[in-house]
Design a protein around this ligand. Structure first.
Ligand code: IMP
Length: 184
């Protein structure tokens, strides 16, 4: 089967393709800009986006809304991750973390699938913000995030390695399981 992924992010697209291709699901990109509202949770942002897109796209589609949450910064950048990445960047986050001992962080991803109704699949990965950026793979905050149990940052992993532990990989796992059961 073929599934539309509404995203402008080539990194997200590659991860979804790599995860879903072995399950016989071909993901194609719909590069449509949809409004990302300011809200308290990723779910609300995703839900608004899906509602907006559902009025414009006939076929089923999914999107992914993600964020990096740093408890020592009260969850910042969280739902503001895209804006913070564009403005402060990874070096801005490292500056904010200077002198802070607790470097714990987590990524969260919400996949929202629309097939006439909305279905949510979530994933989370815990880890730490490293001292200096490392690696050239992945995208976004990957060079400064190292998942628990690994010395590598996400940017030092292959897409397959990142998918095995990442927030998006976990959300994709739930999505794939659901698709197998519901699209017979
Ligand atoms: P959004 O889901 O497109 O709104 O992404 C929020 C921000 O978080 C973007 O700036 C991404 O760069 C960043 N981000 C989302 N997922 C990941 C990831 O898997 N690794 C690193 N950064 C990510």
């Amino acid at each position: 089967m073929r599934l539309a992924f509404v995203t402008s992010n080539p990194g997200k697209l590659e991860e979804a393709r790599e995860y879903l291709a072995p399950l016989g699901i071909e993901v194609y990109q719909l590069n449509v800009d949809y409004p990302e509202i300011q809200a308290d949770s990723l779910e609300e942002v995703a839900e608004y986006g899906v509602g907006w897109l559902a009025e414009r796209i006939g076929d089923p589609f999914f999107l992914d809304d993600s964020g990096l949450f740093i408890p020592a910064l009260n969850g910042f950048p969280g739902v503001y991750s895209a804006y913070v990445y564009r403005t402060l960047g990874i070096n801005g986050i490292l500056k904010l973390m200077r002198g802070i001992g607790d470097r714990k962080a987590y990524f969260k991803s919400v996949i929202a699938y629309w097939d006439g109704e909305i279905h949510f699949f979530e994933g989370r990965v815990d880890g730490v913000i490293v001292e200096k950026p490392r690696g050239s793979g992945g995208f976004g905050f990957d060079p400064i995030f190292s998942p628990t149990g690994f010395d590598l940052t996400f940017a030092e992993m292959t897409t397959m390695e990142k998918n095995r532990v990442s927030h998006r990989g976990r959300a994709l796992r739930g999505f794939a399981t659901w698709l197998k059961e519901n699209l017979k």
